[in-house]
Design a protein around this ligand. Structure first.
Ligand SMILES: [Zn+2]
Length: 365
């Protein structure tokens, strides 16, 4: 199948930045308060979602696509065995996501992987599971497998399952059939589908405490979830166990995995939770900003500045026009407040994944 060049179909950096304003604003708000009314998603008509796909990378008859327009970005791997979907967008976009996948292939959906439990990443599960004839487990009773041998397997970290079955007040309530039955509580999980290894790494205490990085090894594509958002200050959901240091560690993990082709460009592609398709250089830029932000706020904390004094000192004024989504000053103030509060808490080192053999750069927070 012929595809237009990525530049023609993906939103520009400016457009991508604009398109995630609402989401960034509500996540920022949720960091600061318990208001969760916006988390139900965008109240648009189903046909308002214009979900578009572009091929990212692949090999032989296997391709990985990035779908945009469903709330959060979605990754879709298609090969001879079927389809693997990473995150499913907003509930209201479910039909549009399914239609976008069906425009690419009529093969069955074999796996759905959720990077975390936020509604713009798991909302479409229900539509995709239903369209697949239900869910089967890879470790369930034999009878269930016999009943539905072609069903989809939904995979997520156990924390994501817990969140979806016991959502915070005001959050979406999910039917049980849409919640993953294949869970893991270990540091990683491995699948082999469509001729390539798919590795899942749990990044504890990052955007939430359930973040999973998904690495399509042979296609050389990493799905970062909301741990990677190139167009805004890092979002760490305090109520769901998110920490800034965990995000920095997670970004270092992605940088460790990514191999650029030339000058930190090309090579490994990273599909972020929101925003444009990234290469290593985008993630390095993001990691550097997050690290500098952490160190500047920490410097002022060490000088016993109060929050009001830190905000008045405007330690992130240079980043505000680039990463302060929406009202830049307000967004930056909110981020500084979140960082200030986060740095008061000791870092227990739960960010890095032990035993992975990877060399992380961890701060002392
Ligand atoms: Zn999220």
């Amino acid at each position: 199948m012929m595809h237009p060049p990525i530049a023609l179909i993906l939103p520009s950096r400016t457009a991508a930045r604009r398109s995630c304003l609402c989401l960034a604003a509500f996540i920022a708000a949720s960091v600061l308060s318990s208001a969760v009314d916006a988390r139900q998603g965008v109240p648009s008509a189903r046909d308002a979602f214009d979900v578009r796909a572009t091929r990212v990378q692949g090999f032989d008859s296997t391709s990985v696509y990035m779908l945009v327009g469903a709330g959060a970005n979605i990754a879709v791997q298609i090969g001879d065995e079927g389809v693997v979907v990473v995150d499913t967008g907003l509930a209201a976009a479910g039909d549009a996501v399914l239609a976008a996948i069906r425009r690419l292939t009529d093969k069955p959906i074999k796996y759905i992987i959720n990077t975390h439990a936020h509604p713009d990443h798991v909302g479409g599960n229900a539509v995709l599971v239903k369209a697949s004839g239900g869910q089967r487990t890879d470790a369930g009773p034999a009878a269930e497998l016999r009943q539905n041998p072609n069903g989809v397997i939904v995979v997520a970290h156990q924390h994501t399952i817990d969140r979806m079955l016991g959502p915070r007040r005001g959050d979406a309530v999910y039917p049980e059939y849409a919640v993953a039955r294949s869970s893991f509580i270990t540091e990683d999980k491995q699948l082999h589908v469509n001729g390539e290894a798919i590795e899942l790494w749990w990044r504890a205490s990052a955007h939430t405490d359930a973040d999973v990085l998904v690495y399509f090894r042979r296609s050389d594509v990493i799905v970062g979830g909301d741990l990677v958002q190139p167009a805004s200050f890092p979002h760490f959901d305090v109520q769901e166990g998110g920490r800034l240091q965990g995000i920095i560690n997670g970004l270092n993990h992605v940088i460790d995995l990514a191999v650029p082709q030339f000058n930190q460009s090309g090579g490994t592609r990273i599909i972020p939770g929101h925003g444009w398709l990234c290469t290593e250089s985008d993630v390095v830029e993001l990691r550097d900003m997050a690290t500098i932000a952490r160190d500047r706020v920490q410097y002022l904390i060490d000088k016993t500045f109060t929050l009001a004094q830190v905000q008045a000192a405007r330690p992130l004024a240079d980043f505000a026009p680039v990463y302060g989504v929406g009202e830049a000053e307000r967004a930056t103030d909110a981020f500084v407040k979140a960082v200030y509060s986060d740095l008061q808490k000791p870092w227990d080192g739960s960010g890095p994944v032990a035993g992975s053999g990877l060399n992380f750069i961890d701060g002392g927070h």
